[in-house]
Structures are given as C-alpha cells and as structure tokens.
Design a protein around this ligand. Structure first.
Ligand code: HEC
Ligand code: HEC
Length: 379
C-alpha cells in the first residue's frame, strides 16, 4: 500500500513538472503537445511541442533507470590489453627477424606513410635521419636560429629505450591495421629501423643480415639513454621514477617541512636558459615562446630601378625613342608642368604612343614609384 502511494505521488510530481514546463513556454498550447519520443538511451524523454523538441526531462517513473557501471575485467581481458613492453624485457616475446626481411615488410606496409627508408612523408614522422650517434649533437641546437640544425627527435637519436619501438610497432602500426603484425615481423621491422639509424648492438653494426632476437634486442643501448631525467633504465625503473617524483627536492622543490605551509615560491626552477649570444649556439635550452603573433609575411621588396629597366627603358632611355627621355631636364620640366596627379594619370591611362602603364603589369603604386624615379633623375 505504501509503495503504491509513493508511486502515485511521484507520478503526480512529474506530471506537475511537465505541466509547468508546457505552461511556461509562451505560445505553446497544451492541445499541441504530442507524445514524448523515447530516445536511444532509453531513459530520456524529449517532449515535443508544436513539432519542436523541448529540453529533455528524465521520467524516472515511466522508465526506471539502471545505471550500468560495467564489471571488473577478467584476467584474460586484462592480459589482452596489457601489451606493454618494458625496458627490462617485461612483455617482450621471443622471436627473430633481420633487416633484409624487415625492409620488404616495410616497403609493403609502412613506406606509403613513412616514406622510402623511413625518411618521413607529409604529416608522417620520419623513422631515421642517418647515423643516430652523430645526430646527438643536434639535441642541443635551436630550430629558430638560422643555419643551426634543429634538434633531431627521431627514434634513433631521441628515444631512450628501444623497447618503446618494438611495442609501438606491435601495438599501433601499421596505423590503419593495428595488431596485424606477427612477432617475427615486428623483430624484422625493428631490425630494419635500427639499421636505418645505424645503431650498434654490443659493438656490432646492425646490417641487412643481422638476425635480431630477444636476447640481442635486450642488449641495445640507445644513444640518448641517459639524456632524460630521471634515468629510467633498469629493472627498478617504474618504482624508481615514482620515488624520484615523490621527492620535490629532486627536481628543484624547496624542502618544506610537512608542518609548514607553502603558497609562494615553493619550488625553485631547475631549468637553465642559456641565451644565444653572438658566439652562436654552444649549449642551449630553448626558452618557451610566449609570443602568439602570426608569422610576419615577408614583403617582396620592390626594386624601382629594375622595374624601370624592364618596363620603361625601351622607350624612355634616350631622346631618339620619341618619349621624354630619362635625364632630359627640359622635356620633363614640360611634362611636370601639368602637375604630378595629371602626369601619373596620363601614364596610367596611356597617352600619345605611351600605352597604359607603359604596357607593364605594375600595380598603380609601383607605377607611380617608377614615375617618381624617372622624374627624380630628370631634374
Ligand atoms: C597509414 C599511415 C601509416 C602507416 C601505413 C604506418 N604508419 Fe607508423 N605512424 C603513422 C602516424 C600517423 C604516426 C604518428 C602517430 C602519432 O604521433 O600519434 C606513426 C608513428 C610511427 C612511429 C613512431 C615515430 C615517432 O618518432 O614518433 C613508428 C616507429 C612507426 N610509425 C612505425 C611504423 C611501421 C614499422 C609501420 C609499418 C608496419 C608503420 N609505421 C606504418 C602512420 C602510419
Ligand atoms: C612603348 C613605349 C613606352 C613605354 C614602354 C613607356 N612609355 Fe612612357 N611615354 C611614352 C611616350 C611616347 C610618351 C610621350 C607621350 C606624349 O608625348 O604625350 C611617354 C610619356 C610618359 C610620361 C609622361 C606622361 C605625360 O603626362 O606627359 C610618363 C610619366 C611616362 N611616360 C612614364 C612611363 C613609365 C613609368 C613607364 C614604365 C613603367 C613608361 N612610361 C613606359 C612611351 C612609352
């Protein structure tokens, strides 16, 4: 009995709310209210008034909602999702492949986006830029300085761990068909990309025939392994990183006693900016740009003497040509008497054997500059 009452009360209040809503909309009359349309999620009703959908209201009584919070994934599901390959070899399966095979797979499945020999394509990252060891220097240079190579952040130069490459290819490539490569194919592709980056494993250069397997893979030391802070190498990598970040002092934080409050200057910045001076780039951390301006459009410089040579000299170079010659003071004094606005206009429109703008396709402003140039040299 109690249950029924409760239901009735709820229905009544929903009805009231709906009635208020309709009454509150000027111009909508009750008689025009059509039946609410159930929507795809089943819990939401959109009242339609005068053929228009109003703000939705949730009718909990007509459609009691059950919120589905999902369920705990099974062990197998977790295993399928957990494809991480860690620097210490966790997750890296057995398998093998060489760069020669890798090159064929690459041409068939990767080159269309990443370009021949991993050179990169429009919008697609390059996977190699030559010898990774010698490219290390570029990590210290600044892209915005003329003549300096920008930092080269391709795999061979920049990535601290080769495990990321193996995992990335297996998990995310080819971009349009992920999860389709076998483990041996991934080993072969990895060998090929190592070869393109001229990486050595245990002193041996990875060439076409080099047979990469799990054991050799785990011996790879990437050139930039120690270029990151904190250093994440080793079996304790993850706990080590967590421990590092748990202590603010490790990255410039002021030591603050737990009992002390700190709202200002709690951390000293550790980033060192060394600005480029006339000596050029030595060691340099590029400052973050704060300017948000659009790049300046380079204005094409107008060379007035050249424009004269190209468009006017044929008729104005000397007296024999029938036009007031450049440098002929008398002739130009007579022209200038008309006043410059008239002179410009006559030249623009053409006059007695002078075609409009001398037949050139100079803009009006440019044409006037050339006239000024001739007039200036004829005083
Ligand atoms: C349809 C285009 C496409 C194909 C085919 C493709 N990739 Fe990629 N690849 C991409 C894109 C896009 C990215 C960048 C993804 C991002 O940064 O989010 C990428 C990134 C990568 C990276 C990381 C590069 C970096 O420095 O960040 C590697 C390694 C890679 N691809 C390898 C491969 C390999 C190996 C194959 C062939 C099995 C392949 N890709 C096929 C589009 C493609
Ligand atoms: C095809 C030959 C020819 C070319 C090319 C030519 N001119 Fe002329 N221009 C003439 C002649 C002829 C006159 C004299 C017209 C007259 O006597 O009324 C003249 C006159 C002028 C005058 C005087 C107008 C006036 O009010 O009397 C100006 C200014 C002038 N030219 C500028 C130029 C400039 C600037 C160029 C190049 C962009 C140019 N001309 C190219 C033939 C030419």
């Amino acid at each position: 009995m109690f249950k029924l009452d409760r239901k009735l009360i709820l229905s009544a209040s929903v009805f009231t709310a709906a009635a208020l809503f309709v009454a509150g909309c000027a111009g909508f009359s009750n008689s025009n209210t059509t039946h609410a349309q159930p929507s795809i999620d089943g819990g939401v009703y959109y009242p339609v008034v005068n053929g228009k959908t109003g703000p939705y209201l949730v009718d909990r009584v007509a459609m009691p909602m059950k919120i589905n919070n999902g369920r705990i994934p099974t062990e197998n599901e977790l295993k399928a999702w957990d494809t991480d390959v860690m620097a210490d070899g966790t997750g890296l399966p057995e398998g093998h492949g060489n760069a020669s095979d890798g090159s064929e797979i690459y041409d068939a499945k990767c080159g269309s986006c990443h370009g021949d020999f991993g050179a990169g394509g429009a919008g697609y990252p390059s996977l190699a830029k030559g010898n990774a060891y010698s490219m290390m220097d570029t990590l210290k240079s600044q892209r915005s300085v003329d003549g300096a190579d920008g930092p080269n952040r391709v795999f061979g130069v920049y990535w601290p761990q080769a495990s990321t490459l193996w995992w990335y290819i297996k998990d995310a490539m080819p971009h349009q068909a992920t999860g389709t490569l076998t483990e041996d194919e991934v080993y072969a592709l990895t060998a090929y990309i190592l070869k393109l980056n001229e990486i050595k494993i245990d002193g041996v250069l990875v060439d076409d025939e080099y047979e990469l397997d799990r054991e050799k893979f785990l011996k790879i030391v990437m050139p930039n392994r120690d270029g990151f802070e904190p250093n994440i190498a080793g079996p304790k990598s993850l706990p080590g990183v967590r421990a590092y970040y748990a202590k603010a002092e490790n990255f410039g934080g002021k030591k603050v006693k737990p009992s002390e409050r700190c709202m200002k200057d709690c951390q000293k910045p550790t980033v060192k900016n060394i600005y480029v001076t006339n000596g050029g780039i030595k060691d340099f951390v590029p400052p973050m740009a704060t300017a948000k301006d659009l790049p300046k459009v380079e204005s094409k410089e107008f060379n007035v003497a050249k424009a004269y040579e190209e468009n006017c000299a044929a008729c104005h170079a000397n007296k024999s040509m029938g036009a007031p010659a450049i440098g002929d003071k008398k002739a130009w004094a007579a022209v200038n008497k008309k006043g410059m606005p008239a002179v410009y206009k006559n030249g623009m429109d053409g006059i007695n054997g002078m075609p409009a703008k001398g037949g050139s396709n100079l803009s009006e402003a440019e044409f006037k500059l050339v006239v000024d140039y001739i007039v200036g040299l004829s005083k």
